[in-house]
Design a protein around this ligand. Structure first.
Ligand code: AQP
Length: 336
């Protein structure tokens, strides 16, 4: 069996402003994973963003905003490789190979496609359908061994493993690793503030359903104050939150922001009503997010410096991905 270098890859789509869901489910954990155990590679996945319509100016701005959010949250562009996907063509090239490895039946089982396409499946882009093959290429172009993601991306990482296994098996090689999803922490699925059964998303209809990393203190307080809850106070045990998704979500967010656990939050707030808990949660969110948003605006005031950081990251990413792509072409039998 090949020994693969411990390497992390993860990405985030510039399809709107960065949300608290992206922060707690992904970015905060990416920051913690920088260190001696792994080489870390983080990416603004702009090619994924265009699977649904993006205004070009908003896409450019969103890509830079993701870079700013990552750096402001603690991603160090020297220790980690930070870039945007479209600058490294190996992603798109390897995705084509994987389009030819993945089976249509596998894609048909992807719940995110079903949710996003809804009743409109005939009219959405072919790219939205093929998205998981590009995501497999993002990961496997670096032989990444671990992918820290939110709960919503688990099925796509499992598909990445299926693609790697089929490629290895079809070509009788031990070339691609079977990448592990890393889904950890109290807030791996942050829910919509107006409907606790839906995920908090960048592109959700109403701005009131999400916290954006750029929201100011008043907006954060207002959004939590208006967040949907139920009349009951907070209970003693997590079990009692089983059928209270909105309440559970706010407890999970508190735990994520305070590096605590949902049970520890309940131990502190058992018996408290929303009149006490919501302002405490808003204060905590402002304390954690406002230094990040201040630093984001500073970074965003110099877009050319962000572009330089992304270009430098792309060069480092290419140095890893291009040899892996060339070996893949060789295995497949493409002459070059
Ligand atoms: N609500 C969430 N809770 C926890 N983790 C989340 N992630 C996204 N939403 C939540 C994690 O953030 C990383 C980047 O996600 P993405 O931007 O690439 O894609 P997404 O999951 O489709 O994000 P959105 O916000 O829902 O975007 P739109 O609305 O454009 O589709 C991933 O690790 C993801 O798990």
């Amino acid at each position: 069996m090949t020994e693969f270098t411990p390497r992390i890859f993860s990405g985030i789509k510039p399809s709107g402003g960065v949300t608290l869901g992206n922060y707690l489910g992904a970015i905060k954990r990416w920051v913690d994973m920088q260190g001696p155990d792994f080489q870390t590679i983080y990416c603004a996945v702009d090619l994924h963003a265009i699977t649904v319509w993006q205004d070009p100016a908003a896409l450019r701005n969103g890509t830079r905003e993701i870079a700013a959010a990552l750096i402001a949250s603690g991603i160090d562009p020297e220790r980690s490789i930070l870039f945007n996907q479209s600058q490294v063509s190996a992603h798109a090239e390897l995705a084509w190979i994987f389009n030819c490895v993945a089976r249509v039946g596998w894609m048909n089982r992807m719940t995110q496609f079903k949710e996003k396409a809804g009743k409109n499946a005939e009219a959405v882009s072919l790219g939205l359908y093929a998205y998981p093959a590009l995501m497999a290429a993002d990961i496997l172009a670096y032989h990444a061994t671990h992918v820290p993601v939110g709960e919503d991306q688990k099925q796509h990482v499992e598909l990445t493993r299926d693609i790697a296994a089929k490629f290895n098996n079809d070509y009788k090689v031990d070339f691609f690793p079977l990448t592990e999803p890393v889904i950890e922490g109290p807030a791996t699925r942050v829910m919509n503030l107006r409907d606790g059964t839906k995920k908090m998303s960048k592109s959700g209809e109403s701005d009131m359903e999400r916290i954006n990393m750029t929201d100011d203190a008043d907006t954060i307080a207002k959004k939590f104050r208006k967040a949907r809850t139920d009349p009951a106070p907070l209970p003693d045990t997590l079990d009692e939150l089983k059928d209270r998704p909105e309440a559970r979500n706010l407890v999970d967010i508190y735990a994520g922001l305070s590096d605590s656990t949902p049970q520890a939050v309940l131990s502190d707030y058992a018996g408290a009503g929303w009149g006490k808990f919501k302002p405490a949660l808003a204060d905590l969110a402002v304390a954690k997010l406002s230094p990040i948003s201040t630093e984001m605006s500073r970074l965003m005031s110099d877009p050319s410096e962000i572009d330089r950081v992304l270009a430098r990251g792309a060069e480092r990413a290419k140095a890893l991905a291009e040899p892996i792509l060339a070996r893949t072409y060789g295995i497949v039998g493409l002459v070059g």
